[in-house]
Design a protein around this ligand. Structure first.
Ligand code: SF4
Length: 395
């Protein structure tokens, strides 16, 4: 079962657009950064996170399997703790009524699949009810699209694993090492076509937190490519951003050229190939990622790069390489070591895990890029898709 479908069943019979109780409407579901409900309460947006209890140490209310917490985004007024807790408690009551039966059924289905010679959960082909996930705020909305969940590139500092591992456990899937499993959302292109017809245009990001859109299986599955073809053929303009650590993205140059507003690029945390190999052994090499940027630029496609986290290597060299090939660069620091604790314990790399090192390296890189006339941004979208207001001068 897809995580969005799990949320749908936990809240059934209420669905997106319906009132949960007077003054509280369920707007939709998201699984990009864990399980999340989008609500409007008293005309204000509010997000509720459902964290599997095994991964949750703080919550406002809990059910048998989840801790519920609330968060505000963007321009919403702050919410009083008592109000947030009351909303979570009310939702917890609704979820408790359904979760027991639902998880028993899920585990039974999983057992049946395995008894029937299943795939041990490593490559699952699933169908989804929705693929366009709203993000951002009212003033700066965007969508994310993830044709895959899970990522076989398997960078060890990737924090997607923190979200997905407890969820797999809840759904009765075997625990698997990060990088060894992926779900294919097989009907993603068809669902996207339907959702684009019914939605208000806003930027779309294919740089999801839970997968790389050009991981190896995309070479056969073509889900990312077919989703891009849907966007290119849509009557409205949907500005689109793509980000990868794979050279497979160059296969789709022809589609990018058909898209009216697009920005395409690579994640590149270091210019040092030894450090790259140490932390991202299954991703494209530094030289290959620079080749991707060069080919995109030669084809006339607007380019971008994302540097997060910063890894050891010449900051001057990284700035020089990116300034030559990227129209803009996002720079951000390490946000948790993920499964890379041992990698950072290597004496060659230990110093770069510290907040002070990360902040200093980010500031140095941003200054060097700006000195070369390259816009530096932080946030969700490059300036070419979001407007110059997104450039973060404080980086
Ligand atoms: S390529 Fe991205 S999504 Fe995949 S493992 Fe690395 S950081 Fe995570």
């Amino acid at each position: 079962m897809d995580p969005i479908e799990l949320l749908r069943r936990l809240l059934a019979p209420a669905g997106p657009g319906e009132l949960l109780w007077p003054g509280a409407r369920l707007e939709g579901f998201s699984a990009e950064v864990g399980l999340r409900l989008r609500l409007t309460v008293a005309e204000e947006p509010l997000w509720i996170d459902l964290t599997p209890l095994a991964a949750s140490d703080r919550w406002a209310a809990r059910t048998e399997h989840f801790g519920l917490s609330y968060r505000t985004e963007g321009e919403r007024r702050a919410i009083a703790p008592a109000e947030g807790q009351a909303i979570c408690r009310r939702l917890a009551l609704m979820i408790r009524a359904r979760e027991g039966e639902l998880f028993v059924a899920l585990r039974k289905n999983r057992g049946d699949e395995e008894a029937g010679g299943g795939d041990a959960g490593r490559v699952r082909r699933i169908e989804v009810a929705s693929i366009l996930e709203p993000g951002g705020s009212k003033a700066r909305p965007f969508y994310t699209v993830s044709p895959y969940v899970g990522c076989t590139i398997g960078c060890r500092f990737c924090y997607a694993d923190r979200q997905l591992a407890p969820l797999r456990g809840l759904m009765g899937l075997p625990q698997a090492r990060w990088g060894s499993y992926v779900d294919l959302r097989e009907n993603a292109p068809e669902v996207l076509a339907r959702e684009l017809r019914a939605s208000t245009p806003a930027p779309i990001k294919f740089c999801p937190i839970v997968s790389d859109p050009y991981q190896a299986i995309e070479a056969q599955a073509l889900l990312t490519r077919r989703c891009l073809e849907v966007i290119a053929a849509a009557p409205a303009v949907w500005p689109t951003m793509l980000l990868t650590r794979s050279t497979l993205i160059l296969r789709d140059l022809d589609v990018f050229k058909e898209m009216p507003r697009v920005a395409v690029g690579v994640s590149l945390p270091t210019i040092d190939e030894a450090a790259r190999r140490h932390f991202e052994p299954r991703a494209a090499s530094v030289a290959e990622r620079l080749r991707v940027l060069r080919a995109l630029r030669a084809a006339g496609i607007p380019t971008l790069a994302v540097v997060q986290p910063l890894l050891p290597g010449s900051i001057e060299g990284l700035a020089a390489a990116l300034a030559e090939l990227a129209d803009s660069v996002s720079v951000d620091v390490l946000r948790g070591e993920g499964g890379a604790r041992e990698d950072f314990e290597d004496l060659r790399y230990a110093r770069c895990r510290g907040e002070a090192w990360q902040a200093a390296a980010a500031a140095e890189l941003a200054a060097l890029l700006r000195a070369r006339g390259v816009p530096v941004w932080r946030g969700e979208l490059p300036p070419s898709l979001a407007g110059a207001a997104m450039i973060d001068a404080a980086t």
